[in-house]
Write a protein that binds this ligand. Structure first.
Ligand code: ADP
Ligand code: MG
Length: 259
């Protein structure tokens, strides 16, 4: 079974600047599938459409064309079921910054209908596994580094034990230590719970370490996909970065876009 099926997906944003109407195709005819239990990384520079794609798959945005099925449920019809079954992690994750990780997670658990006891147990186990010191569990979130806040965002997304996790740049802007913690945790999650992972990144090493398959997204188009070995062979390149450059004609600078 496919966890994600995307066919000919397009999304256009219309804006008016200085009285002129402009169309911006954030996604254009994107098609790909992700198998159950697979980890798929979307590599693309800033503005290539990564966040737009994640938002459509997590039912926050409606596409202008194309078909999407998540865990077998077509969108938009299966919207409610999809929401109940996926976890989404993004750098712009909304939290109550004055509240602690514990309070934020218990609040989220209430929304999901999980008992506080079960939520506390699961959330704290995840946070400890991610290397967040237990003594920080009750500090206000706003006093924490981006790395720590990202770990709380991951714990929140995992409260419902989702079979599918959508991660929008889960490690962008993190210090090397937090980055390794998060990557190691994602590997473990996939191994132990069989979770399907779709992540976006502009970190080549991350894609190589985590992903079974990688897709190159450039200016809204999926220009190539395959295993790292397949992509290197297709491009006649020695490494993934070179393959990306050759197939897209673009570099992948480390950005810090928070979209
Ligand atoms: P990425 O996540 O790869 O950086 P995005 O999906 O955020 O790319 O953006 C893709 C393109 O769509 C960009 O050119 C961006 O300006 C545009 N875009 C994204 N969201 C919106 C929006 N809500 N309104 C208008 N334009 C948008
Ligand atoms: Mg983005």
């Amino acid at each position: 079974m496919w966890a994600i099926e995307v066919e000919n997906l397009s999304k256009v944003f219309r804006k008016t600047t200085f009285g002129r109407r402009q169309e911006e195709w954030a996604l254009k005819g994107v098609s790909f599938r992700v198998a159950e239990g697979e980890t798929y990384a979307l590599l693309g520079p800033n503005g290539s459409g990564k966040s737009t794609l994640i938002r459509i798959l997590s039912t926050l945005l409606v596409p202008d064309a194309g078909r999407v099925r998540i865990l077998g449920y077509p969108l938009p019809e299966g919207e409610r079921r999809v929401r109940e079954r996926i976890g989404r992690v993004s750098v712009d994750a909304a939290f109550y910054k004055k509240l602690s990780p514990r309070e934020n997670l218990l609040f989220a658990a209430q929304l999901y209908g999980i008992s506080p006891k079960e939520a506390e147990r699961r959330a704290m186990a995840i946070l400890e596994r991610l290397g967040l010191e237990t003594r920080r569990f009750d500090d206000p979130l706003e006093e924490m580094s981006r790395g720590m806040q990202q770990k709380v965002a991951i714990a929140r997304a995992l409260l419902i034990r989702p079979p599918l996790l959508l991660l929008d740049e889960p490690t962008t802007g993190l210090d090397p230590r937090s980055r390794r913690d998060v990557q190691g945790f994602l590997e473990e999650l996939r191994r132990e719970e069989g979770t399907t992972l779709l992540l976006t990144t502009h970190d080549m090493a991350e894609a190589e370490r985590l992903a079974h398959r990688v897709g190159f997204l450039v200016r809204g188009r999926l220009v190539a996909e395959g295993t790292v070995e397949e992509l290197k062979a297709m491009a006649g390149a020695g490494n993934l970065e070179e393959a990306f450059l050759r197939m897209t004609g673009e570099g992948l600078e480390e950005g810090t876009d928070a979209s």
